[in-house]
Design a binder for this molecule. Sequence first.
Ligand code: SER
Length: 879
Amino acid sequence: MTSDELRELFLRFFVERDHQMVPSSSLVPHGDPTLLLTTAGMVQMKPYFLGQATPPKPRLASCQKCFRTTDIDSVGDAKHLTFFEMLGNFSVGDYFKKEAIAWAWEFVTGWVKLPRERLWTTVYLDDDEAAGLWTEAGVPPERVIRLGKKDNFWGPAGDSGPCGPCSEIHYDLGKDVGCRRADCNPGCDCERFVEVWNLVFMQFNQDRQGKRTPLPRPNIDTGMGLERLAAVVHGKLSVYDTDTFRPLLQRVAEISGKQYGRGEASDRAMRVVAEHARGIAFLIADGVIPGNEGRGYVLRRLLRRAALFGRKLGLEKPFLAEMAGAVIQAMGHVYPELTRGRDFILQVIRLEEERFQDTLSTGLENLDGVIARKGEGLRVISGEEAFVLYDTYGFPVELTREIARDRGFTVDEAGFEQQMEQQRQRARAAARFGNAEAHAAFDYSRLTLPATVFTGYESTSGEGRIVSLVVDGSPADVAEAGQGVEVVLDTTPFYAEMGGQVGDEGVLKGATGSMQVEDTVWVRPELIAHRGHVVGGRLVAGDTVTAEVDAERRADIMRNHTATHLLQAALRQVLGEHVQQRGSLVSPERLRFDFSHLRALEADEVERIQRLVNESIRRNLPVVGRVVQYQQAINEGAIALFDEKYGDTVRMVQVGEPPARLSAELCGGTHVSATGNIGLLLITSEGSIGAGLRRIEAVTGRGAEGLAGSYMSSLQGLAEQLRSTPEEVPQKLAALQAELDAERKHSAQLERELSRRVAESLVGQATPVNGVTVLAARVSASTMAGLREMGDVLREKLGSAVIALGTVVDGRPQFLVMVTPDLVGRGLHAGKIALKVAQVTGGGGGGKPEMAQAGGKDRNKMAEALALVPGLVEKAVQK
Ligand code: SER
């Protein structure tokens, strides 16, 4: 049975038992702040288990892409994997232990036909129920083992979430494997028993402090690694001997010219390359891009580790794109995102691997230097040395460690960690400083204030009570005219800066005075503050004020914000689904949208994107924001921000209604009510802002009107100057350009002719010096090119000579010296002569033996300088 067949068989088994098959979710757990990457099949089920969302059916089954970072450094042995596929069946408050155990047993013995005598099971210490169910199913009691929390209590994934006792099926590889003790069982740490399937009885939700509360209803979450199952079914000891890895190892062998199975070191390197190639391809397919933190760093580390092990196989040139190609070929039929994203995946890898090669050669050079400077007997690389390599050259400490080990050195780990900690402290200090500037440094966590009620989705004005006044960083009861102040209201229509949308401006008007609001910000989760100055009278804490947002400015902002949603939809349509928002700025004047994409956009792509957006504007689609459950929004296909953390409920902004929906995004911003309001969008620039990242800037509404207007009047002015119509301007300009070119050509010709004549008139001035023809003269040429032209003519006319010409360009003396090849043979050197000559005028320069240029400062010394030449020639020839 192939891995493909096993995957299908598993899903069919559970579909026949009334489960709904759900597709694998992304490796990037969108909206789950507790996890860096998807580590288990249950990750996408979490909201169901927690009672936050309703599953499409209470019984579900999946084959989930998983990635576990804890084992990266162990990859290369027989069993550890970073990326793997997990088969799982799930019950959301439906069936429990009885069915889960009976079906698991039926599947492994009846469908996959693993020999019963090789199967053992484990249960949590006091789980008599599970133990009884296994024996009922037919497992001999002596092969049901009770284990503690370490083995038989699962979860939570990350620092909090659903968890519960679990029960596992293990496969016995036989007496000859592992510790060989007679009483060896699945509780043993040796290699004899392989955990095949884990059935988790999800009963609790654990919070960050470790406190467990029962879930609304008990659930089932099971997980079986497909690669391991395949190995067991194929009777192999290692996952690398299955049909999943064989083609990949084969490809490594082809690229490197090494054979698998010829030596432990090279086998290990080949396994690392094959394993990491899968992880790399799948991570990029799910939108991860190499970076210095979080998921980006996991990817970068994987790629670098693979590249480094490749070097051990003699692969000095980039090869990982080819490996990823093999992964896509092998798995693209199961995971279409690989095939769809193929070009993008390969290009990300190529760029990153090339960059790493550069880093590597610079870093290696430096590390070599560090090692070479060590005296005899000193075999420790200091923490500071390792840190400099890391911080200045981007050379990963893992590599320093690995290379050091290969050469018999060690790294002072504690010293390195100390340096890192110092750097972190510096960064924190810098961040604090930056913040202090941006936010008047008042710590609102000291006050007990109710969450601000935001009414700005519906209107731009309303009443609110002043619940806090801060003047010059301290709470106050009164703020006087002219004072800088920060005001918190219980209710406000002012939008506080968030998600790229800038804060609102406007006024707060009270009975005794008013305030100009210059910015609105979040000072604490759920707390909005208005910043600005009291402009008349005084503001008093506790008073009620009328809050009026500058509505025109806000309307400009809303147009730009809705336009970014239209822009994102158009980008995905034109460039592909890999486009992901990486940042944005929505201000009244313009919008900026940063996204992942590898190449510069073609002019026609930009044009198509702009056209699509403007079509959507003219369709005047309704824009509606709704608060929904996070999981529901995701299920409805809403786009979540790549690195954003979301709560259980989110605001989903839809443009157009299904089925004609154009876009759905999780977004807290303010939007126009229909796209027609935007008026027009004009893209003003497109460019790169880093590897794999692009930025588009655009204007809409009044901004677009202003821009179009100013372009039109410039064009009209231009047309008038050219005595043409605006439409004829390009044609007219082209004609003028052609005229100018012809004119330039003509005058260049004239100048050359002139140079030639001048040069010819100089021939007579040549004098013999010790048998060498020497010509040193001041001429008038307006450019160095003209001077060279003269030199060329003279050289041709004189045949064998030393020619030194001087002229003044832009007020400074310039020299050209030429020595014909025959005279170079006699020891004359144009560069040396030029240097000596130029020095007389306070300058310097030099060049080759046959030709040199030099410049000076004092034009009055020109004659004196040139007069030096015959003497220099005489001396050189004598020697
Ligand atoms: N969540 C459990 C695991 O990862 C079972 O799916 O092993």
